[in-house]
Design a protein around this ligand. Structure first.
Ligand code: UN1
Length: 507
């Protein structure tokens, strides 16, 4: 396991850091077991409340310096982080695969997303534009400018242990913010490895301690940040339940939160779809990453005229899926993150059956050689009705629900009729249907694709969704605005003081 050495992972290490300096980690220990083989990879020590306090103090001091560094210079440093990630891509990708359980292709893809967002951020560092407006008053100039916010708290999930953090951190840094990262307890080592890579680049560039902080710990650590008035923005990725509690706490102190929560993503398959293409998009979307993406395809809404034909293709394709060690390229599907996730998967299957679902591809836990961790499960498919309670719920596992439709209006209604609103797709060669799906009366999701599955978004677009998905937008487009504060400034260069709205006030 050279990748452990290459990413600097020790058997026991602190998970609390301000950059190059690591605190003792006086909080609870976090043991990282690989779902690949069930082995203990290493242990990370979490932060105590006093150590959190130290991180915040250091980050506050760092912010005062970092905000003064010109944005393009900050971008140049982020460019170097991209280069450092490029150098470590193989090792970091392997570590992510081994610790999280996603296929090596996807582990490497995740590091590629980090490199991509660094490059995006470099360009952005020269494009943090504000607008100018024409003042209604003579000899006045009005414009807006964007200033850094301060400390950005980042709470990330196990399923994208490094990429989603980097979407936040790379943008926050070019915007002049400093970050405190609370990674998932299920993937603490990937975070330690990233912190080392960033710290090295920052040290080389004389960036002060505190611009990148690592706060390993449990739920409590996330709540410290959520309740802390010194953290103006908390960006959280994870379950809707977690997001709700973060959002309520942050709102209680008038802070900002940026939420990327659960999805219940559907693909509509029209009778005019290219069914071969639809098949690839669907199988990758539903079974890839063992169903553990926010964007995983959970529901298939198929036109009744092609239902039988597509179902047959799907069952055949599922029969060809190879489940096994994700580091071995011959396998398509790796394990779930842990045994608790396996339990949730089994409960969802039981619930689906009880509610009237009929499995056309059976699920189950794999046993025997190669499956010792107990985390490998079979991707499965159930025929359901859209209103089953289980179909309304996000289960983070490879369970696909399939249901028929007759008209495009009905399909869109089924697609929208869930509490979540992250990603959606239609497979069709019919222009009218595609445009209706994308119109204001179409998909209600943050992401709506045509002839592409629900997962695998590029970093250039804004990523996130509506309703219980939380409403936040991360990554591309103008998502950077969430990491800055807008200031409207009006300057009077005349010799009189006219008031707006023509108000007279003579003294
Ligand atoms: C997530 O699952 O939290 O679109 C992020 C995708 C990836 C990111 C997923 N680029 O599937």
């Amino acid at each position: 396991m050279d990748f452990l050495q290459e990413t600097g992972i020790l058997t026991r290490q602190s998970g609390v850091s301000t950059g190059t300096k690591w605190q003792a980690g006086e909080g609870a220990d976090i043991a990282s077991h690989s779902p690949v083989d069930g082995k203990l990879i290493a242990t990370v020590t979490g932060a105590s409340a006093a150590e959190y306090e130290y991180l915040v103090k250091t980050a506050e001091a760092a912010f005062r310096k970092w905000r003064e560094v010109p944005a393009p210079r900050r971008g140049e440093i982020v460019r170097q982080i991209g280069d450092a990630l490029r150098e470590k891509k193989q090792a970091l990708g392997r570590l992510v695969s081994y610790e999280m359980g996603k296929s090596l292709q996807e582990g490497l893809g995740e590091v590629q997303e980090m490199i991509d967002i660094c490059e995006f951020a470099v360009g952005l560092s020269r494009q943090l534009y504000g607008l100018t407006m024409h003042s209604e008053r003579p000899q006045h100039r009005m414009y807006e400018q964007w200033h850094p916010l301060g400390i950005v708290g980042i709470i990330s999930a196990f399923n994208f242990p490094v990429a989603v953090w980097s979407w936040n951190a790379a943008l926050a840094w070019v915007c002049g913010d400093v970050c405190i990262w609370k990674p998932s307890e299920k993937t603490p080592l990937s975070a330690v490895a990233c912190q080392r890579i960033v710290a090295e680049v920052f040290e080389r560039n004389d960036v002060p301690e505190g611009v990148s902080c690592l706060l390993s710990g449990g739920r409590e650590a996330g709540m410290w940040m959520s309740a802390d008035g010194r953290v103006p923005l908390v960006s959280a990725t994870g379950s809707s339940r977690m997001g709700q509690s973060v959002a309520a706490t942050v709102a209680g102190r008038f802070g900002r939160s940026l939420l990327e929560l659960g999805g219940n993503n559907a693909v509509i398959i029209s009778k005019d779809a290219d069914l071969d293409m639809a098949l690839i998009g669907t199988v990758f979307g539903a079974a890839g990453t063992a169903g553990q993406r926010c964007t995983t395809t959970r529901r298939l809404i198929v036109h009744k005229d092609v239902y039988e034909r597509f179902r047959e293709k799907l069952v055949k394709a599922y029969g060809q899926l190879r489940i096994g060690n994700p580091l071995d390229e011959q396998y398509h599907v790796g394990p779930l993150i842990d045994k608790a996730a396996v339990e949730t998967y089994l409960q969802a299957i039981t619930a689906c059956r009880e509610q009237g679902g009929r499995f056309i591809v059976e699920g189950g836990v794999l046993e025997g050689a190669g499956f010792e961790s107990g985390c490998y499960v079979k991707p499965c498919i159930a025929e359901v009705r859209p209103d089953f309670p289980i179909v309304q719920t996000e289960t983070f596992a490879p369970i696909l629900y399939i249901m028929p439709f007759s008209t495009i209006d009905e399909a869109i209604e089924i697609q929208n009729n869930v509490p979540q609103g992250l990603s959606s797709a239609i497979m069709t060669l019919n222009l009218r249907e595609a445009e209706q799906f994308l119109s204001c009366a179409g998909s209600d999701c943050g992401i709506a694709n045509v002839n592409i599955g629900t997962s695998g978004a590029e970093i250039g677009g804004a990523f996130g969704g509506e309703k219980e998905t939380g409403g936040g937008r991360e990554s591309g487009s103008d998502a950077w605005k969430a990491y800055m504060r807008r200031q409207t400034s009006t300057i009077n260069y005349g010799k009189k003081l006219p008031l707006a709205q023509g108000i007279k006030f003579d003294i």
